[in-house]
Design a protein. Structure first.
Lengths: 127, 127, 127, 127
């Protein structure tokens, strides 16, 4: 932990676990709202997954990010020039992000949940 | 609290305060990455502030959002057609978001901090 | 037309009508990719429409922007805390943008076209 | 050219060269507003450049996209945990996009222009 990080700590009025949870939430909210809307096609899924992973992993306290894009509808529409690509939606994303704040490991997930019909962001584990 | 929210709870493996912190992080990460890059000028600051507030307040568990845009450089450049507007950066934003999760009130902030030379997202209070 | 605009002209190798068309395309591409993904609910539609209009109108050469959000599915899902809002998609947007470049008036549109099952950006008129 | 593209043509009231210019503008506006705000560090520049190229190339009529990110300030700040990354701004982008519409080739550019102190989008050539 370096100088600026120590300076930053005084702004936080919470426990270390609450901070770890907060930092994890930031990363998932950022990931969703930065990339939703990006053009996606069967031909660029891999590179877009990797870019989302790498931009997430460069953020503070992030240890690992794994991203899968499940492009519902891309194949069934591929005959059309307009449907050769679509735009990324939250429903297509399955992202797992792990943060480590002072040894506290928190894992969060963004995933479409069928029973909710909604891409849910949730805190999978913290210890 | 309604049906879907109860269904969603089982995905979270954390305390209520950690969840409140996580939800707050999501909202600040979303706010930043959704709106940074938007065209901003002295003539649309108010409407953009209001739109960020209202889109944030519509998200789950958010009780209140207050947003100020401090457009560094807008005035000193206004003589130029190109500088009549700029694009919104994190440095210009001062946002305060309050969530209420099961009676736990958590307040978060996005604000440019001079000693860090950085727009910091922090957890101002939780009780 | 002011100083910077005259300086900028030399970078363009095209006719005035092509430039007007190009500028119009920029504005529609910007509008779509800046705001898609924003949280939208029946309670913030008006303010979001207005913010998109005002941020678009502040850009160079834009004379007028009119934006309607048609939130497919918002009402039928409103019983759920998760479906109380959704995220803005291209399909929900009907935007009309008018640019004036040296007296050339070009009007562009972003609109969901049923026969294409696609939100099309098109050049409605130029004279 | 396929079926949907032929259906779409009737919505355009302009010449083929104006349409090529319009399509080019869309792609540059999209590229800017989709990716500005993304976290960027010296360690993920290459993958982000590639993702922007590939998402742009998948869009209709685009033949080629070349993107360079020139991360002003990343190196001089790298000692700080907060400055280990920054967020992508228009000033850092140098993007060249080529569209081909019915054999008309149009090349556009997004580039920071020193004399304007502005990231300008311009139409470099059309024939």
């Amino acid at each position: 932990m370096i100088e600026d990080e120590i300076k930053a700590e005084k702004y936080f009025k919470c426990t270390d676990k609450e901070r770890a949870s907060f930092e994890l939430g930031i990363k998932l909210g950022a990931l969703f709202h930065q990339f939703v809307g990006a053009p996606v096609s069967s031909k660029n899924i891999n590179i877009l997954e990797k870019a989302i992973e790498k931009t997430t992993e460069r953020q503070i306290f992030v240890k690992k990010a794994e991203v899968r894009i499940i492009p519902k509808g891309l194949d069934k529409r591929k005959e059309s020039v307009f449907h050769d690509y679509t735009t990324l939606t939250g429903e297509m994303l399955d992202a797992k992000v792990e943060v480590d704040y002072k040894g506290i490991k928190a894992v969060g997930r963004l995933k479409y949940i069928e029973e909710l019909d909604y891409p849910l962001m949730f805190l999978e584990s913290i210890d």
